[in-house]
Ligand binder design. Structure first.
Ligand code: FE2
Length: 401
């Protein structure tokens, strides 16, 4: 049995080790040889936005990310700008059209700012595509090599929910800043004195919102096509308020680096937050990205100072004796969490601290979660109800509830 404990290039660059990744995102050892579709970890989250130049600045100035590579008109790409940003092992690629006839224009007209590609690192692109094809997946791009002076990258892409895709990347023979076609570029943005080195270290999970009644189909897709297993299951009252509801299941890859909760709306008295997302994104898509941090208090303080707005948590949440009994001892006084609106949840393995931002773009679609894990491999099941009531207040304020 081969224990898959190899660090990805991004993790090595971020000086993370297996123990830290175990704590941060729940990395586990597993036997990749018996996996029909081995996935090593995340490669990049690729966004399409209306103004990549400004969004890239926002992710640097507010979220503390660093610009590492670029493609655009100056590098021979006349179609769009693409800025590659990093924080720890997290890589975002922000694309925005330059050419008025770019295909990105239509994508953005339909969906607004959002995630178009959740790219994954795999050791063997061809093996994955062969398996995906046998299982009936839509192959968007066949395996191919691209090369430059830094080496060769092998990539392919398969379709997932909505207009979202998974590009599969084998960069084992490549040491450039991102992909061929990109040049190294560093930030002209200067962090303020005393700003933390980085606000998050790793990507924990990416949640997909899918159509009513199709969650199990997509769980099946990840089981069958990508060999993912089911982690946890939330159905029914756990995540229902009096008015709206959703159902959620979680799939993950063999080493648990890549975790995909999948949500569908459930029938209730009013429109669920998932319905609102599906209307405004015009179909399924990535709902939130959970960014793992070692120090959620500092991260939240810093983001708030930069103007990031988080969902408000009712004071009642912290005063609830049931909650106090459920969560037990955590590393900071509850008052510190209450001050910041940070949620806490505990299960048999430990606890986690989490908080959610408001949608980051103009449409009520994609947002971030900050998460600090202490043993728990859950997703905050105990917080769903408290959280959804907070989301519904926001939804009502927008007139969509
Ligand atoms: Fe989450």
């Amino acid at each position: 049995m081969t224990l898959e404990y190899t660090l990805t290039d991004s993790e090595k660059l971020a000086h993370l080790d297996a123990d830290e990744l175990h704590r941060l995102v729940g990395l586990v050892e597993y036997d990749s040889e018996s996996d029909p579709f081995p996935v090593s970890g995340w490669d990049a989250v690729v966004w399409v936005v209306g103004n990549a130049t400004q969004t890239a600045h926002y992710f640097q100035s507010v979220y503390g990310m660093e610009l590492v590579a670029y493609s655009g008109p100056n590098t021979g790409n006349r179609d769009h700008h693409a800025y590659v940003l990093r924080s720890g092992a997290v890589r975002f690629v922000i694309k925005g059209a330059v050419d008025p006839n770019s295909a990105l224009i239509e994508h953005h007209r339909l969906h607004g700012d959002g995630v178009v590609d959740i790219a994954l690192q795999v050791p063997d692109v061809d093996k994955c595509i062969e398996h995906a094809r046998l299982q009936g997946a839509t192959i968007i791009e066949e395996p191919r090599d691209t090369a430059d002076e830094h080496g060769t990258v092998r990539t392919a892409a398969i379709a997932t929910y909505g207009d979202t895709r998974h590009t599969l990347v084998d960069r084992s023979r490549y040491n450039g800043p991102y992909l061929p076609g990109y040049v190294e570029r560093t930030s002209t943005f200067r962090k303020r004195d005393g700003a933390p080195k980085r606000l998050f270290q790793a990507l924990d999970h990416v949640v997909g919102n899918v159509e009513l009644g199709r969650m199990d189909e997509w769980v099946g897709f990840y089981n069958r096509v990508m060999g993912f297993t089911n982690m946890a299951e939330f159905v029914g009252d756990d995540i229902a308020t009096d008015y709206s509801a959703l159902m959620s299941k979680v799939v993950c890859n063999g080493n648990h680096r890549v975790k995909f909760p999948l949500n569908e709306p459930a029938i209730a008295k009013k429109r669920s937050q998932i319905d609102e997302y599906l209307d405004f994104y015009q179909g399924p898509g990535a709902q939130h990205l959970a960014l793992a941090t070692n120090d959620i208090l500092t991260t939240v303080d810093q983001l708030r100072d930069e103007g990031v707005e988080f969902l408000a948590t009712p004071d009642a949440y912290y005063e609830d004796p049931e909650l106090r009994a459920r969560i037990g001892e955590v590393r900071v006084p509850i008052e510190e969490l209450k001050k910041r609106g940070i949620l806490v949840d505990r299960d048999e393995d430990g606890y986690l601290l989490q908080i959610f931002t408001k949608p980051i773009g103009d449409r009520p679609t994609v947002f971030f979660e900050l998460i600090e894990r202490h043993g728990s491999l859950g997703f905050g099941k105990g917080n769903f109800k408290a959280l959804f009531e907070a989301i519904e207040r926001e939804q009502a304020a927008r007139g969509n509830f």
